[in-house]
Design a protein around this ligand. Sequence first.
Ligand code: GTP
Length: 597
Amino acid sequence: TELSHIRNFSIVAHIDHGKSTLADRLIQSTNTVSAREMKAQLLDAMDIERERGITIKANTVRIEYKADNGEVYILNLIDTPGHVDFAYEVSRSMRAVEGSLLVVDSTQGVEAQTLANVYQAIDANHEIVPVLNKIDLPAADCARVAEQIEDVIGIDASEALQVSAKSGIGIHETLEAIVHRLPAPTGDAGKPLTAMLVDSWYDAYLGVVVLVRVMDGVLKKGDRVKMMQNGSIHLVDRIGVFRPAMQDVKELGPGEIGFITAQIKQVRDTRVGDTITHEKKGADKALPGFKPSQPVVFCGLFPVDAAEFEDLRDAIEKLALNDASFSYEMETSAALGFGFRCGFLGLLHLEVIRDRLEREYDIDLITTAPSVIYHIYMRDGTLVELHNPADMPDMTLIDHIEEPRIKATILVPDEYLGDVLKLCQDRRGIQLDLTYAGSRAMVVYDLPLNEVVFDFYDRLKSVTKGYASFDYHLMGYREDALVKMSILVNDEPVDALSMMVHRDRAEMRGRAMVEKLKELIPRHMFKIPIQAAIGGKVIARETLSAMRKDVTAKCYGGDATRKRKLLDKQKAGKKKMRQFGKVDIPQEAFINALKMD
Ligand code: GTP
């Protein structure tokens, strides 16, 4: 296809503003798929994505559109993940296209979560077409929202499109705008091949499928290609496009987006952002800006039922094949037995993987406290990278400890600013900057990552009613007064609950933890002390009093069915518990004990 007849774009939107509905409409109105094939929200394939309303993996679709000028254009839509954990994937997807539709709900206006993505689009030099959606609703106020887009984001909204993705108003205009207002890609078919690896995933039939954007040169079936990061060579055995079903093509030229398969065994062998070139006469310089996504949050995953360990191993291996940013290694815990220490891009990534293990593989899990990587400088001059608080070396051998810090940018409407500042301050933040854009404040904080990984995002959302956007990147490591806090239940340390905390906050956190645990652990036949300790020193203590009598006691000699029912209930409850010494701790306790109010 000629470059002048290609348009590549993504859709940027705040959650629920209608991104998927609009994408579906664009696909439908160009007859890319028949109505029968058209499942609602075609682009969000996975159940969890749908339920959580998030898009995890970039998806793509190629649309053929005959414009009013009689010419046929190829429109490639790349779907982008919307969450901060996947910021790197978003930025890669954005670099694979030249323009964006900015979808804003005309009954709501600009909301904060859109901003991080719009700025990524602006950074990638996109032409941006504002789309005011949901104009079918009586509450739509296009003039106000257009003004807001100009004030807050600073892009021209005088020619914003007025659309109802739901009822199909303005869809034709949107397609015309894509053709006439977004730029065509540039590239040179005569130059050595450079193709960006935008995404990759595992397909049960095809193996690893790689989504590519060709910049220069031509990629054909049968080509021997090289991944420039690791130098590995692969034979392209299939090449095609998504319409949205896979359709083979002969070649992909400059500006085109499509997929290849090349007998690649695992997704881990492909790196998002990498450059693909030919083995012979290849490009000598990779495309700029490659950085691998690195796990930053670690936690232990253990089966509730030790007999399910092998199932867990299988499930984790399968998931890892399809997700290069997820890492794992075996771990043993005194209290929890065999499990895995896993690394994630962020907390949402962690939750998604845990949910998939529980739902798709039907394994009940205990998740231990999420932790970041600490740098422990030993007195003998060695450096230990601590991924798991349980492995903390003896305090007396340690010289000092450094923790990762992030630079966080938060955009928030004025009225919530005070609460946001307090939250950041409470989490040991250092304010770096505070500016205003319209009725929004932009604050920049230097924060310890370990204060962010638990529930910072949830807290931020709740104190700002969802109106804050949050984006961060790692800045580096800094020394601080960090200690390991252990939790003892019935005098036995539960290593899965131990965590690193700042010394000044240890007592407060310890107190909160033991109080929570007291509520979360059911009463037993005996008294159970619950303690938080640093080294040998107890800093907080609660006692769970003994249960008065057996639940079945009241039916002795009485109704046998009722007794059996109660016992069955107990059994079902037991399955979700883990025994520590003589104490049963329910699964929820592990994660809930860590949440702070
Ligand atoms: P996520 O996938 O959750 O990020 O949201 P999204 O931005 O893709 O929004 P989605 O397309 O799922 O739409 C959110 C809700 O708005 C759905 O209930 C849609 O039916 C509804 N919706 C989308 N477009 C319109 C519209 O033009 N008018 C009306 N009335 N409702 C719409």
